[in-house]
Design a protein around this ligand. Structure first.
Ligand code: GDP
Length: 498
């Protein structure tokens, strides 16, 4: 055991990969823990097949010796291009599961010349044979869901047996939207900038234990009884707080009709995914929004109402942290933010306009122009820590093709002194001064480039600067909205996962 690895491998004469597998304690630990080898497989005839699946998963997953299960998170304020990245990665996974958020998290995916904006259904559904799961951490507006089902049906995409909806997911009702609009109006200048889709109030009800869940819709009597109780309470609150009555007319009837459309999708998503992992299937967990919008670790209160960080994959899908094999963080080559809240590297108007227009930085769902800024490595360093990011994807590199020089923020000063940590208070973050490094631009067209060797030197230097600063590999680079405008960096963890 004391000989260096190449010598050991050669002296025994196994191929090196077999030897490295057999001497790797993580493989045996993983095998033992799951009963994969010599364990309690349910029947001897499936043991061989299971072991094969687990062995192949181990080889592909590499890092933890578990079936391949990888989380994808936004490392900034959302809209990082996760839709495209997840769509690309989905080809290498059996299940694609959404863990949080609602139909405010629009993913745009373009393929075969068609543009799909999927707000609730994981975009993995666009690939035939893949399973898409909407987890219990998601809040579901059944009207929006059925609308997406119709859009997919019109495009000829059959979801039968492939789309699964968690029975524990909470429902959004029209009264949530009504209350959200009233609350935003009452906040005046201090408004959060929500999408007014009722997502925040639905999460509030979930936490206040007033929520009604997907499974409740499937039992008409139970549903009517719960709805009646909740709406009479909410009506009283709405009248007292905002001076308006709650409009609940027709809700029960409409929702019970929608229930029949979604009934075939409803399942215990946690059981589904754990079973999938147990039988050697791979799972890609898809986070919504981004780290800086996370309810706990984002720029509170200018955040979303759920956990957008990697931990949300566990809480939102009922899968334990020990089953997650890696975390991919997605960042743009620059930064954007929608709505109000602190944004230290925000660009002045003129520069922002160029980036906004080149990057088509307008909300996929709302059409709102996004605020644009330089890449903020203080934010990314924080995101790496909070999420345990093992590999980074940099999207929209092409948007910087026209920049003469690129500023990149390497840290903040607060009240004149450098600070190491991300300020917890939004008020403090609003007062930091970013420190910039200036890097040369590349002034070359990188749109649609598919090979790393074809990227200009200055673009590679920019990427290397990011990777070195954060101490994290860049596993993938995106150079355009199309699926194939993608570079997978050879030799990276990410490359081994797909
Ligand atoms: P998401 O919610 O994180 O998926 O973000 P969006 O759906 O808002 O995606 C951002 C937009 O950028 C979409 O219109 C994508 O098609 C587009 N996009 C993604 N990657 C790239 C890229 O590398 N270059 C360019 N020019 N556009 C991209």
């Amino acid at each position: 055991m004391s000989l260096p690895y190449p010598f050991r491998a050669r002296s025994i004469g196994f191929p090196r990969w077999v030897y490295s597998l057999l001497v790797n304690p993580r493989f045996w630990r993983g095998a033992e823990a799951c009963g994969r080898i010599g364990g309690d497989c349910p029947a001897p005839d499936v043991r061989g097949a299971r072991n094969f699946f687990h062995l192949s998963s181990f080889l592909r997953n590499g890092e933890a010796g578990l079936p391949k299960s990888i989380v994808v998170v936004g490392a900034q304020w959302g809209d990082e291009g996760k839709g495209k990245v997840v769509d690309y990665l989905a080809g290498s996974f059996d299940y694609i599961a959404r863990c949080a958020g609602g139909h405010n998290a629009g993913h745009t995916v373009i393929f075969n010349g068609n543009r799909f904006v999927l707000q609730l259904i994981p975009c993995g559904i666009l690939r035939s044979g893949k399973h898409a799961v909407i987890g219990s951490g998601v809040v579901v507006d059944p009207v929006a869901l059925v609308g997406e089902l119709d859009t997919l049906a019109k495009a000829g995409i059959d979801v039968t047996g492939r789309l699964h909806l968690a029975t524990r997911a909470h429902l959004i009702f029209p009264y949530h939207r009504q209350m959200e609009k009233a609350a935003e109006a009452a906040r005046g200048a201090a408004k959060i900038g929500t999408t007014s889709r009722g997502i925040g109030p639905a999460y509030e009800d979930k936490m206040a234990r007033h929520g009604i869940r997907v499974g409740d819709m499937l039992d008409a009597a139970r549903f009517r009884e719960k709805l009646e109780r909740v709406t009479s309470e909410k009506d009283a609150v709405c009248r007292a707080t905002y001076g308006v009555p709650l409009d609940t007319s027709g809700v029960a009837k409409d929702y019970l009709a929608l229930a029949e459309r979604i009934r075939p999708l409803v399942t215990d998503a946690s059981e589904l995914l754990n079973d999938a992992l147990d039988t050697g299937h791979s799972v890609l967990f898809e986070g919504a929004q981004g780290t800086m919008l996370d309810i706990d670790f984002g720029t509170y209160p200018y955040v979303t109402s759920s956990n957008a960080i990697a931990g949300g994959a566990c809480t939102g899908l009922g899968v334990g942290p020990t089953r997650i094999g890696g975390v991919i963080g997605v960042t743009k080559a620059y930064t954007t933010r929608v709505g109000s809240g602190p944004f230290p590297t925000e660009m002045p108007d003129l520069e922002a306009t160029e980036v906004r227009d080149r990057g088509k930085e307008y909300g996929a769902v709302t059409g709102r122009p996004r605020r644009c800024g330089w890449l903020d490595l203080a934010v990314l360093r924080y995101a790496v820590r909070i999420n345990g990011i093992s590999s980074l994807v940099v999207t929209k590199l092409d948007v910087f093709d026209t920049q003469k020089e690129i500023q990149v923020c390497t840290g903040y000063r607060y009240k004149g002194a450098p600070i190491k940590e991300m300020p917890a208070a939004a008020e403090d973050l609003a007062e930091v001064t970013p420190e910039y490094r200036t890097l040369p631009g590349w002034h070359t067209d990188t749109f649609g480039v598919k090979e790393i060797g074809k990227l200009p030197r200055a673009a590679l230097d920019y990427l290397k600067f990011i990777s070195d600063f954060l101490g994290v590999e860049i596993g993938m680079i995106s150079t355009g909205p199309e699926r194939d405008a993608t570079i997978v960096c050879a030799g990276t963890k990410l490359a081994a996962w797909i």
